[in-house]
Write a protein that binds this ligand. Structure first.
Ligand code: DGL
Length: 270
């Protein structure tokens, strides 16, 4: 059986488009309905209760639009709200898939207990310790050091992904992790893959930079197949972006992150 209904994807803003883009590449027959809660961004500085409330509203919106499954393309919402979300359809977050890749990369580099796995994330994700828990479930011996990088989100939103200012800020955030010789760094916020070039330059080729987007796409493909929810592509797939506040900024970054998509944009209330 084929199910042409869209996969719902949400983030607090534009960052989750890095995940949507990986889904579009890996699951080209699937329609995507993306919700960016731009009116309430950032989530990364908010309390668990607030993020859970926003998450439930986003899920209700996506369910009203008849999605067949949901991807929480926001690390903060995955860390704070996935456990409390109520949904009768499959739902996946980005923390577990990211942790799995991080543990695999750490193992590939010799799994030296003196070399930690570093996690770069928002303040709320760091406070939740969700990555450390997910990583230690897979490798109880692993040392995890998490660093909150609150300035990264506004720098990405500003489009300063290759700027000297961003390099200086990144240098400062990464310093403790480089001093401890971290061998793997998780980009634990969906905005951060946009800073990959700057981060790669600072850490060098020996350190793995982990972006969960590709592994999320694998998890979703397997999950949809198991639930018999894949689309056979007979109905042409569509990509639709909803935002809770329209900003030129969202359109500009969306055009950069989804260069070949013909995605349509809609302003919505959730
Ligand atoms: N995209 C969010 C995340 O992955 C970060 C942006 C925000 O603070 O809302 O955590």
């Amino acid at each position: 059986m084929s199910d042409p209904r869209p996969i719902g994807v949400f983030d607090s803003g534009v960052g989750g488009l890095t995940v949507a883009s990986a889904l579009m590449r890996a699951l080209s027959s699937e329609s995507i309905l993306y919700l960016g809660d731009t009116a309430r961004l950032p989530y990364g500085t908010k309390s668990p209760h607030t993020v859970q409330r926003y998450t439930q509203r986003n899920l209700d919106f996506l369910l009203d639009r008849d999605v067949k499954a949901v991807v929480v393309a926001c690390n903060t919402a995955s860390a704070l709200a996935l456990g409390t979300a109520e949904l009768a359809i499959p739902i996946w977050g980005v923390i577990e898939p990211g942790a799995r890749v991080a543990v695999a990369e750490h193992r590939r580099r010799g799994r030296d207990p003196r070399r930690p796995i570093g996690v770069l994330a928002t303040e709320s994700t760091v406070r939740s310790d969700a990555y450390a828990h997910a990583i230690r479930r897979l490798d109880p011996e692993a040392t995890v050091r998490s660093v909150a990088c609150p300035l990264f989100v506004p720098l990405v939103e500003e489009g300063w992904t290759h700027d000297e200012v961003t390099r200086r800020v990144a240098e400062r955030y990464l310093r403790p992790l480089l001093e401890e010789h971290a061998d793997t760094l998780v980009l634990g916020c969906t905005h951060y893959p946009a800073l990959r070039d700057v981060l790669e330059e600072l850490v060098g080729p020996e350190v793995a930079l982990v972006d969960s987007a590709e592994s999320v796409a694998d998890v979703v493909r397997t999950g949809l197949a198991e639930a018999d929810l894949l689309s056979d592509g007979d109905t042409p797939p569509s990509h639709h972006l909803c935002v809770t506040d329209v900003e030129a900024r969202f359109e500009r970054i969306a055009a950069q992150l989804l260069p070949s998509s013909k995605a349509t944009l809609e302003l919505v209330e959730v």
